[in-house]
Ligand binder design. Structure first.
Ligand code: CP
Ligand code: NVA
Length: 329
């Protein structure tokens, strides 16, 4: 499998075999990390990490993974570079492509990371856009595979705003890899029809199924993986909080939901999460709307079946695999 020179912008561009290869490579790199075996195969190279939105996991994963591979990193934060204000994306791409061997981009529209990739001349990795979060998908698939030993036939239910990066990406990942995907949300939060149609084609090839339902108990019945994400994503206006809390509270992952899921079900969340009042926004919403948690109940988040920190760790191993492979293993 040769992925050298490829961009990593959405899993739509990757075949199931290529995704499996990246998961296998991530597992191998993880094993080596645990054993202290060096993997600095890209010594002397450098990567640029552009973050137009904030991050903990993705930034740390790219930095540590790059360092483990022997590479240097430059972090460009949301305010202190010229990008978008004084310099176009195409010009930025052409400059960074002369200096770095690879570029990570986190920001707004998918068309921005695509524009960057068109002009950079080096691999570009999507660290999250409004539409997709492909590196998160590899971490999620690896976590599911580690836990259940396989991917095919796993029933994954995504609860919440299924129209955004996480819902879209999980539907793509599941349909490509043969998992049964359920979006459990009010109808207006279902993924767009065009993407659903495309994913149904992937599903026909992989044996996956796609279900869209607004019925919580029917949707989560017998699930292997219950997944959720914040109700308001980065870059969305504060005004939408009230409507989201109103619309999505019935879709909170509660203990009743987990009891309705399969006996061995696990809970996943890309994080960060509002499962208590220990964050600024969580506290503010708590005061405004009289709630103590949002997308997931604290008891679920803290339960033994919650694998969110295994999942977060896997961000680093899978991002390392993406960089290692696209820079040429
Ligand atoms: N899951 C995820 O992308 O986390 P960060 O926003 O902290 O990078
Ligand atoms: N949907 C969230 C995902 C964060 C990892 C957001 O875009 O903010």
């Amino acid at each position: 499998m040769d992925l050298k020179g490829r961009n990593f912008l959405t899993l739509k561009d990757y075949s199931p075999e290529e995704i499996t290869y990246l998961l296998d490579l991530a597992a191998e790199l993880k094993d080596k990390k645990k054993k202290g075996i060096p993997v600095d195969i890209h010594r002397g190279k450098n990567v640029a990490l552009i973050f137009e939105k904030t991050s903990t996991r993705t930034r740390c994963s790219f930095e540590v993974a790059a360092h483990d591979l022997g590479m240097g990193t430059t972090y460009l934060d949301p305010v202190s570079s010229q990008i978008g204000k004084k310099e176009s994306i195409a010009d930025t791409a052409r400059v960074l492509g002369r200096i770095y061997e690879g570029i990570e981009y986190r920001g707004y529209g998918q068309e921005i990371v695509e524009e960057l990739a068109r002009h950079a001349g080096v691999p570009v990795w999507n660290g999250l856009t409004n539409e997709y979060h492909p590196t998160q998908m590899l971490a999620d698939l690896l976590t599911i595979r580690e836990h259940f030993g396989h991917l095919k036939g796993i029933r994954l239910v995504y609860m919440g705003d299924a129209r955004y990066n996480m819902g879209n990406s999980l539907m793509i990942a599941c349909s490509k890899m043969g998992l049964d995907f359920v979006a459990c949300a009010p109808e207006k939060y279902f993924p767009n029809e065009e993407l659903v149609k495309q994913c149904r084609e992937y599903a026909a090839a992989s044996g996956a199924t796609i279900t869209l339902t607004d019925d919580v108990m029917a949707g989560t019945k017998g699930a292997d993986v219950v997944y959720t994400d914040v109700w308001v994503s980065m870059g969305e206006p504060d005004e939408v909080w009230e409507e989201r809390i109103h619309d999505l509270t019935p879709y909170r992952v509660t203990e009743a939901v987990m009891e309705n899921a399969g006996e061995k079900a696990i809970f996943l969340h890309c994080l960060p999460s509002f499962h208590d009042l220990k964050t600024k926004i969580g506290k503010e919403m708590g005061e405004r709307f009289g709630i103590t948690e949002m997308e997931v109940a604290d008891q679920v988040f803290e339960a033994p079946y919650s694998k969110v920190f295994d999942e977060a760790e896997n961000r680093m191993h899978t991002i390392k695999a993406v960089m290692a492979a696209t820079l040429g293993v």
